[in-house]
Each structure stands twice: as C-alpha cells, then as structure tokens.
Write a protein that binds this ligand. Structure first.
Ligand code: FAD
Ligand code: NAI
Length: 510
C-alpha cells in the first residue's frame, strides 16, 4: 500500500507543481493585463520627485505606496533596463527588448497613479526646491525646458562612462551601458566581419578588422569578451569559415589582473579559461591614446619598465567603470558639505544627501560606501520605499493623535475609550518610527566568462563560497532569470536562450 502511495505521489507531485506554476504565471499575466482602476494623485499630498528609471529608482517605485505622495518620475529613458544581461544583447544571444520593462507598465501597476515625464534633469536647485528638466525629443525638433517643484527628491540618475580624458576614447570607442550601446556593438561586430570577408582584402586589414579590443578587465569587460568569443566560436566560424583563423579578442587591463573585486581563485580560473578560449589578456597595460584604427598603451614589464604598444583594432569597446554625471556634479557644487566628495553624492546612513534637506540619493550616483552595483542600488531603493511609506504613516498617526487629543476635551464622557485609542496610535507610532539605518546585505557576485562557464563569489551564511564552471553557469542563468523584472521578461529571455541555442544567433545586420 505504501508503495502504491509513493508511486501515486511520484507521478502527481511534478504534474501538480507544473500545473501550479502555469496557473500562477497565467494569473500574474491576467492581473498585469487587467489592472485595478487607479486613484488619482492627490495634490494636497507632498510631491515626491524621482529622477531616473534604473535599478535604484525602480526598486523604490516597486515598493512605494504611491497613495501617500504625489509621485513624479523624470527620466530620459522610458523603461527599466536589466543591465546584468546587457552583454548578451551585443551578440544577439538575447534580444534587447527582452530585458526592457516600460516604466508606464510599472507605474500602471501601482495603486495610485504617478506622473512620468520623458526628460533629462539638467540642474537641481536645493534652495528653491525645483528641478530643471529638458526634453529634446525628435518630434518636437527643439529643446523644451521647464521646472518641476518638489517637496522630496530622490536622485537616482546613475553614472556615465569614465574615459579619464584619454584622447580619442569618446570619438572612437563603443561603450556598454545602455541598450543603444549594445545595438551599436552588435552592428559593428557584423560590419567588421562582413568587411573583412570582402573580396581582395589585404591580410593586415583583415587582421585589423577582426581584432576586437576590450579595454577594462572589470566584470563588464570580462562578460563582453566572453560573449564575443562565444558568438564567434558558435556562429560566425560556421557561417564564414574563410576568416575563422583571423578573429581575435584582446582584453586590456591596467591592473595586474582582471576581475579585481573577485576572489583570487576565481581570478585565476577566469584567466585560465580565457587562455583556453584564446582570449588574449594584457594586464598591467594602461591605454593612453586611441585613434580611429589603433589603441596605444603602456605595458609595464617585470622590471618595472614601460613599453609603448600599438594595437590595430576593428572594434573597440571601452569598459573602464563609472564617472559622475553633470547634473550630479552641478548639485554637488551647490552644497558646501559635498566639497570633498569626488565619486558622487555623499549620503548619510538614511541615504539623505549630506548638507541638503529633503534630497535622497540612490545607486551609482550616491556614495554610501558600497560598490556601484545593481544589488546595492536595488537594496537602497527598497530601503527608501520603506522609509517613505513609514514617514507617511507617521504623519498620519501623528495627525490621528492630534485629533483624538482634541476630542478628549470635547467628549469627556468617552475619555477612557479615546485614551485607549491614543495609546494604540502611539504604540504603532513608536514601532514604525524605529526604522534602522540602511544596511547593505551582500548576496554575492556573479559573472559570465564565456564557453557556458561563470564565476560566483557567493555569501553563504557568514562565510564566502567561490565557485566557477558549467554548473555555476546554470546557477548564473537561474539567478538572473529569477531577478528579471517581470514574468514577461523572464519568458522572453528563456525564449531567446532557446532560440539562439537551437538556431544560432541572428547575424543579419540591421
Ligand atoms: P542606472 O540603472 O544606470 O539608472 C540610471 C537612470 O537615470 C536611467 O534611467 C537613466 O536614463 C536616468 N538618467 C540619467 N541621467 C539623467 C538625468 N539627467 N535626469 C534624469 N534621469 C537621468 N550590477 C550587478 O550588481 N550585477 C550585475 O550583473 C551587473 N551587470 C552589469 C552589466 C553591465 C553591462 C553594466 C553596465 C552594469 C552592470 N551592473 C551590474 C551595474 C549596475 O547596472 C549598476 O550599478 C546599476 O544600474 C546602478 O543603478 P542606478 O539606478 O544607480 O543607475
Ligand atoms: P570597473 O570599474 O569594475 O572596472 C574597470 C576596469 O578598467 C578596472 O579594472 C580598471 O583598472 C580598468 N581601467 C581603467 N582605466 C584603464 C585604462 N586606461 N587602460 C586599461 N584599463 C583601465 O568597471 P565595470 O566593469 O564597468 O563595472 C562597473 C560597476 O558595475 C562595478 O561596480 C561592477 O562590479 C558592476 N558590474 C557588475 C557586474 C557583475 O556583477 N556581473 C557586471 C558588470 C558590472
């Protein structure tokens, strides 16, 4: 009998799990497509202006109770971008729209509606409490400027690409931060390949065109180099075999090793995997100048002597980290307490911009003592949502206590009942007022390194657990899949992975 029950369970449990998952996903999709009517914004409430639609701002919006504020979101990008999978878009492993989530969809899912303006903030005046914004949309043909007043402001504008003023970088490199960057890289890879395959090319020109140089051995550069080599090995080599022995990827890094933020063992694993993949790593190599066809760099030898090398390239991708955006620089220059801050807006443990009133900062534009990662920005946004929800509740409770206290005088007959109500409100107030400062909890670092391998430094209870290889690759995929913004994103990403595995990546140049 026990055997029969076991057999019954063995069959039913997977089926029930699959059915449950399908029902759960279908219900999620149905809810998204049929949202509840939204409450209109209440102008008597405080105006909360949120700049940016990246990790920090969207994590805040996701958990913010919009009924408590008049929410206004301002960003030149009308979507959230899931950056961890952006390197996969450069080769077409994933299509770019699969990792974008429209801000309009996100705002529509909130209880009370919020305003969105597709515009860029050019300056913030902390004295007048206004943000100057401009919109230079193509349909208008001219730039329109206006001001948005705020009671509370969250700056989540991220960072721009660092070039350190190195000549030629801005003019000749591709960056990898936005969707447009990934699309441009995808186009340029195929341009280099098709041009190299053109009739009667000089061998040196073929070598130049098929030399892909990546500057910066941080996670962005490493992941992109890995994706690029995969694309070549799995698709281009098969489709255009005549150029297959000429394709080269070089990763240039100023420090003695790549992935400086990962553990030593994973750095070694990445470097040996790259060797197997035939990706050339040039460490202790600092790029000094870029022209339209070459990269000039100083390589430091074991004796400490510097030697100038010149690398001809077809595609150059520049991934040397972050720099402060002009709007943030401008705000910092207006606040005396920010004069010593170099890498962004210095914030306190509640993410309040130091030296400013009613301004908070999250993500890459804030300096809170953590690395500029999506993980940090996401947790900061969630923290602010909790803080703002609590602040609104606090104000409501204080208002209730004020009203109850005044009614105490007016209705002495109900004194005992009213006193109990006041005590109850005060208890609630004490509980929610006791909000702890922001504390970042590091879940680990993951990076894809090509050939269906990944590296992971995972925080495990109180220790660290470092692993790399094919199983880690499966972990990397499942972790990022679960972190995707919506069910729609998840389904699209799975579809893209299957599509590129079954049919190969699409090599047509748009
Ligand atoms: P962002 O996400 O960059 O968002 C900034 C927002 O502000 C954007 O919507 C932008 O349009 C808007 N904006 C810009 N200027 C203005 C303006 N003047 N006015 C109004 N709005 C403005 N981190 C990880 O933890 N794990 C990863 O795997 C990972 N992978 C990455 C892969 C790549 C290729 C890149 C580039 C980064 C990766 N990161 C990763 C880092 C992560 O993406 C950033 O740390 C994160 O995006 C920071 O979030 P943010 O909200 O501060 O800024
Ligand atoms: P980064 O700052 O992590 O790395 C940039 C690298 O470029 C550094 O190692 C630096 O030494 C090198 N460099 C600078 N100037 C150079 C020059 N002139 N010549 C040669 N090398 C030079 O930048 P990255 O990779 O763009 O990452 C930015 C942030 O996003 C980081 O905090 C990173 O952790 C995060 N990120 C995380 C990912 C992940 O967890 N998988 C993926 C991508 C980014």
């Amino acid at each position: 009998k026990r055997f029969r029950t076991m057999r019954w369970l063995l069959w039913r449990i997977p089926l029930l799990t699959i059915a449950g998952t399908i029902i759960y996903i279908s219900y999620g999709i149905y809810e998204d497509r049929h949202p509840e009517p939204q409450a209109e914004p209440d102008p008597s409430k405080k105006t909360l202006v949120i700049l940016g639609t990246g990790w920090g701002s969207v994590s805040l919006l996701k958990r913010l109770d919009t009924e408590n504020y008049n929410v206004v979101v301002i960003s030149p990008r009308n979507y959230f971008l899931f950056t961890p999978l952006l390197p996969s878009c450069t080769t077409g492993t994933i299509e770019h729209r699969s990792i974008m989530e429209p801000i309009r969809t996100i705002l529509r899912s909130k209880k009370a509606s919020a305003k969105y303006y597709e515009a860029e903030a050019s300056s913030i005046d902390p004295d007048r409490k206004v943000v100057k914004i401009f919109d230079n949309s193509e349909v208008r043909g001219e730039t329109t400027e206006t001001e948005v007043p705020y009671d509370m402001l969250v700056v989540g504008v991220g960072a721009e690409n660092a070039t350190f003023g190195i000549p030629g970088v801005r003019e000749h490199s591709c960056f990898l931060k936005e969707i447009g960057d990934a699309q441009l890289i995808r186009k340029k890879i195929m341009d280099c390949v098709e041009t190299a395959a053109f009739k009667d090319q000089a061998p040196e020109e073929i070598d130049r065109l098929l030399h892909m140089v990546v500057v910066g051995g941080g996670p962005t550069g490493v992941e992109f180099a890995g994706e690029l080599q995969d694309f070549f090995e799995e698709d281009i080599k098969k489709l255009i075999p005549d150029i297959s022995d000429r394709f080269r990827v070089t990763l240039v890094e100023a420090l003695p090793n790549v992935l400086p933020s990962f553990s030593k063992q994973l750095i070694e694993y990445t470097e040996s995997t790259f060797k197997e993949e035939k990706i050339d790593i040039k460490t202790k190599t600092m790029v000094k100048r870029v022209t339209d066809k070459t990269v000039e760099a100083d390589i430091t030898g074991p004796d400490g002597k510097k030697e100038r090398i010149v690398l001809p390239y077809g595609l150059l991708v520049w991934a040397t980290g972050n720099a402060v955006r002009p709007v943030v620089k401008d705000l910092m220059s207006r606040i005396p307490a920010q004069k010593d801050s170099r890498r962004g807006l210095a914030v306190n443990e509640y993410l309040v911009v130091q030296g400013a009133r009613d301004i908070w900062a999250v993500g890459d534009c804030a300096v809170a003592g953590y690395a500029p990662t999506a993980q940090v920005a996401g947790q900061e946004g969630t923290f602010l949502a909790r803080l703002f929800n609590n602040m609104a509740k606090t104000e409501q409770l204080e208002e209730n206590i004020r009203e109850l206290s005044s009614s105490l005088n007016l209705k002495p007959g109900n004194a005992a009942e009213i006193s109990r109500a006041i005590e109850d409100q005060e208890r609630q107030l004490r509980r929610i007022k006791d909000i702890k400062p922001f504390h970042y909890s590091h879940q680990g670092s993951l990076a894809y390194i090509g050939s269906e391998k990944a590296v992971a430094d995972v925080s495990w209870f109180n220790g660290n657990f470092a692993t790399g290889g094919s199983l880690t690759f499966l972990f990397w995929r499942s972790a990022y899949l679960s972190m995707c913004f919506s069910t729609r994103n998840r389904l699209l990403v799975i579809n893209d992975w299957l599509k590129s595995k079954l049919f190969g990546r699409d090599v047509s140049r748009e």
